[in-house]
Write a protein that binds this ligand. Structure first.
Ligand code: AMP
Ligand code: GLY
Length: 423
């Protein structure tokens, strides 16, 4: 008999995790809480329990004989969901509350990087407007302003002039735009270079890196518009050489995993390093305590080994095996509701999307529509169309060949996902 797995979350990332687990020969059943109705099209079960009711989740796991739990998003990790599962004797893959601070507090992550010499932008932390503003005026632009806590990828302003930087500080300290997440602000030097995401399976000091990917964080083509959770991604990233990846593994991932152990907060789960390949080598922009979204949607499809077997090996303290294809390119595009990320207009009709064996739709912000089986948009990022092809150009042609023919009224998407690899 195969295993039963529970995935916590509701986005396209969790759809991809659940889909990959369900394909594993060692898995019989995958449930996602709360999930979304788009996932059900792939035979994934969903259940509408509240993710913040940890006691009810523990009961659910026991009543349904679930073997282990994968926690997708950062918020439940920071709320200590893994600690609560552990206390109930339930195996869950993800960092505990203490280790999740690597994402939950930019200041915590910065302090560790500073203490262990892990390359990142120079920074200062402030909890008041006046000294922060003084520092920004002395330092000059470009400069980067970050709300300290979780802000769903939207708490960062890359200011190319001082006025924009001061306005960002005022938004945080005077208008309290990020609530408690903005009680502290990290002001850091602007780093120049291409971004890439390096995610690893981690168990204390041991880690197993995945192929790298590149997200597109700005809302509109040519990296214009506001920062979002991510509008599209691809993997591999040919313009980032293997030497840069190897350097990132040795100077960033390895020492960070060891630092967390040495600090008494060992990390287990997925460690996401958001990096910039600067002229001085790779440097950290941020760590996340979970899979990236949308990076997961292009990285996990490259996995050729059994995801369930790999993670259960880690949970059992054994050595896992993860293998990846190095053939071709995986690329995908987010369809988002009009107005995302500022004023989301929900309710767009979700069209049927024709896919084949080299393409798939991973659903995010969708709800059941009035017509039986139909879906409507109910959040900012609605779905992700993922394709695999021989190279990035063919993957781009293939994905836009699918999306450009759809009726996307009420939604928008970027037309240039993958463009940086083709310059
Ligand atoms: P974060 O939420 O920390 O990932 O930041 C969001 C985006 O802001 C990143 O993906 C980068 O594009 C940009 N960014 C953050 N920090 C820096 C930095 N120090 N230098 C240049 N760009 C940055
Ligand atoms: N795509 C960036 C993130 O997941 O934080």
């Amino acid at each position: 008999m195969g295993q039963k797995v529970l995935v916590i979350g509701s986005g396209a990332r969790e759809h991809t995790i659940a889909y990959t687990l369900l394909k594993a020969p060692t898995v019989d059943e995958v449930t996602v809480i709360p999930g979304n109705p788009g996932m059900e099209r792939d035979g994934i079960k969903t259940s509408q329990l509240s993710v913040s009711n940890h006691a009810a989740l523990c009961d659910y796991v026991k009543d349904n004989a679930i073997d282990w739990v994968f926690v997708g998003p950062e918020v439940p990790l920071m709320e200590g969901i893994v600690d609560d599962f552990a206390a109930a004797g339930i195996k869950a893959f993800g960092p505990n509350r203490a280790a999740a601070q690597i994402e939950g507090s930019k200041d915590f992550a910065k302090q560790i990087m500073e203490r262990y010499g892990i390359p990142t932008a120079a920074y200062r932390t402030f909890d008041e407007l006046a000294p922060a503003e003084r520092y920004v005026r002395e330092h000059g632009a470009p400069i980067v302003i970050k709300a300290d806590g979780l802000a769903a990828g939207k708490g960062v302003t890359v200011a190319m002039d001082v006025d924009t930087a001061v306005k960002a500080l005022e938004d945080i300290f005077v208008d309290h735009r990020f609530g408690a997440a903005g009680a502290k602000v990290v002001v850091e030097d602007f780093l120049e270079g291409q971004e890439f995401s390096l995610m690893s399976f981690v168990n204390g000091e041991d880690f197993w890196p995945m192929p790298i990917s590149q997200d597109h964080k700005r809302a509109y083509d040519n990296d214009e518009g506001p920062n979002t959770g991510g509008m599209g991604a691809y993997s591999p990233v040919p313009q980032i050489g293997q030497d840069v990846v190897d350097t990132a593994i040795e100077t960033i991932v390895r020492p960070m995993c060891k630092a967390m152990v040495d600090e008494g907060v060992p990390f287990t789960g997925i460690l996401y390093a958001g990096l910039i390949a600067t002229a001085d080598g790779p440097k950290v922009i941020e760590f996340n305590a979970r899979f990236g979204d949308p990076e997961t949607e292009v990285v996990l499809p490259r996995l050729t080994s059994d995801l369930n077997a790999g993670i259960t090996a880690i949970l059992d303290g054994k050595t896992p095996e993860f293998t990846w294809t190095d053939k071709g390119a995986t690329l995908g595009v987010v369809l988002a509701s009009d107005g995302y990320p500022v004023n989301v207009v929900k309710g767009a009709h979700v069209p049927d999307i024709p896919v084949d064996e080299d393409s798939h739709v991973f659903y995010a912000g969708v709800a059941a529509g009035e017509e039986p089986g139909s879906l409507v948009a109910n959040s900012g990022r609605v779905l992700f169309v993922q394709v695999h092809a021989d190279d990035i150009k063919s993957a781009q042609d293939k994905v836009y060949g699918i999306i450009d023919k759809l009726d996307t009224t009420g939604m928008f998407y970027r037309h240039d996902i993958g463009a940086k690899a083709l310059r």
